[in-house]
Write a protein that binds this ligand. Structure first.
Ligand SMILES: *[C@@H]1O[C@H](CO)[C@@H](O)[C@H](O)[C@H]1NC(C)=O
Ligand SMILES: *[C@@H]1O[C@H](CO)[C@@H](O)[C@H](O)[C@H]1NC(C)=O
Ligand SMILES: *[C@@H]1O[C@H](CO)[C@@H](O)[C@H](O)[C@H]1NC(C)=O
Length: 444
């Protein structure tokens, strides 16, 4: 019975994606080919019970063990039928699709005392929140290739509240788990799934390449701590499109390691496209940093629609980070209500320990921000470079950021060199206004 429904669902899923390829909208989702899985199994064949009470850890581990060891040609689809499947964290394997039917929920247990620990990331040197190891992500992939998480908008639910409470009461022993992490992996597709209530960051591809995340919904309460939406970290060829994200922290934040550990590991984030994202957060819509020590370059973000934000676009780094942020192009951003429209700062975030090198100054150059329209924006913008390493090539064009009568109508700038064209309110003298000749847009 479920075999029949899988093929119907797959068919309608393909039909949806082909129609969106059919029009002229740009997409990068083709960088990972979608493979058809002839071999299909259901979690129920491995003892899975979707009653919301049974703990299904054994079923998930057994089903994935079977995929890993039988190695069927073309990989295997693991079907999760409608129902609520409570489970502890588990590892995925290569050449598999995790397919959540409409009404399927994979829900994390809340036994924080029993949660497996894994090593810190070498580019962070320790857990992001606390020294030492870190809790494994709820759904984890290490050293994998060709993995798809998709379906009919089923839900992956982290039940993060117990973790948020531990953060508030300072009773965490280690860094909270991400909802999904892929580490050292490639050819990953995540689509048509709802992610909710992650304990910490939602989707964290780290040391990965060729990752496509599209048509996802990511939800967490506005006051949930550090529930970033998608954090590509020391990864390249990443495509994030057509998604709705509303969380308690940055919607998309590109990172590449932390201070002396990130500098030593030296793994940049590059060639990342972010397109047609809608959402809301008390922090940033599109963020770069603040962990940028491996370098971040060649980033495009466009057609971003934000409401009730802390900051629309936020580029953030710090002394001790080293690395660079360069060739960043952000365009067509619409912001309805924000504390800040655009913020670029060199003094954000903490340090992993006291051994960071205060002389390791990041280089920030070639940031082009174009076509930003904001209403009800309290502070238009702030660009604060570093004395020893001014931010250069900062180019703003066609930007309109307006607020209510008593909002600040000026930009704050220091240690920055760049140009501006058609920016209102008028930015700052550091951003030389180009005459009739359109310097900014010629570089787009
Ligand atoms: C899951 O993967 C992690 C990290 O690779 C590993 O430490 C752990 O032992 C794995 N857990 C299981 C149950 O296989
Ligand atoms: C699933 O959610 C995505 C993102 O909101 C949406 O684009 C897509 O149409 C939905 N798909 C189905 C089958 O409901
Ligand atoms: C960069 O990513 C895009 C899609 O996001 C891809 O088409 C292109 O081939 C990538 N470039 C390189 C140099 O890998």
């Amino acid at each position: 019975m479920w075999r029949l429904s899988v093929s119907i669902f797959l068919f309608s899923c393909l039909a949806v994606s082909s129609s969106s390829f059919g029009d002229s909208e740009a997409t990068c989702s083709g960088i990972v080919p979608l493979r058809y899985r002839y071999d299909k199994i259901s979690i129920t064949e491995y003892g899975g019970v979707g009653d919301g009470r049974t703990v299904n850890t054994k079923a998930f581990r057994a089903a994935i063990y079977r995929i890993q060891h039988l190695k069927r040609r073309g990989g295997t689809l693991l079907y999760i039928p409608p129902g609520v499947y409570l489970t502890e964290s588990f590892n995925l394997t290569s050449h598999m699709t995790l397919y959540l039917a409409k009404g399927a929920v994979i829900r994390a247990v809340q036994d924080t005392w029993n949660w497996p620990l894994i090593d810190p990331l070498p580019s962070y040197g320790r857990g992001r929140e606390l020294p030492g190891g870190r809790y494994m992500s709820f759904i984890h992939g290490d050293g994998l290739r060709d993995v798809v998480i998709t379906g009919q908008n089923g839900t992956i639910d982290g039940q993060g509240e117990v973790w948020w409470n531990m953060w508030h009461s300072r009773t965490l022993k280690y860094t909270r788990p991400n909802l999904i992490e892929f580490k050292d992996s490639k050819e990953i597709i995540i689509s048509n799934v709802i992610f909710q209530n992650s304990p910490f960051w939602n989707i964290h591809p780290v040391y990965c390449s060729n990752v496509v995340i599209h048509h996802v919904t990511i939800l967490a309460p506005q006051d949930s701590p550090n529930t970033d939406g998608i954090d590509p970290d020391s990864s390249y060829n990443v495509c994030i499109e057509d998604s709705y994200i509303s969380t308690g922290d940055d919607l998309v934040a590109i990172k590449s390691g932390w201070d002396e550990y990130g500098i030593a590991y030296g793994r940049p984030s590059s060639n990342i496209t972010i397109r047609r994202i809608t959402g809301s957060s008390p922090f940033a819509g599109i963020a770069i940093g603040s962990e940028t020590s491996g370098g971040i370059k060649n980033i495009v973000a466009e057609h971003i629609t934000l409401s009730n934000m802390g900051v629309g676009v936020n580029i953030k780094t710090n002394i001790g980070r080293g690395g660079y942020i360069k060739n960043i192009k952000i365009s067509d951003v619409y912001i309805d209500t924000a504390k800040y429209g655009i913020k670029i700062t060199g003094d954000t975030g903490d340090h992993p320990d006291e051994n960071y090198n205060p002389n390791a100054l990041p280089i920030v150059k070639g940031i082009h921000i174009k076509n930003v329209w904001g209403v009800n924006v309290r502070n238009a913008g702030s660009i604060q470079g570093l004395k020893g390493s001014p931010f250069t090539g900062i180019c703003l064009s066609e930007i309109n950021l307006h607020g209510s009568l008593n909002s600040y109508k000026t930009w704050k700038c220091s240690d920055v060199i760049g140009t501006s064209l058609k920016v209102s309110p008028w930015p700052c003298s550091e951003l030389r206004t180009t005459g009739g000749y359109n310097l900014c847009s010629s570089t787009f």
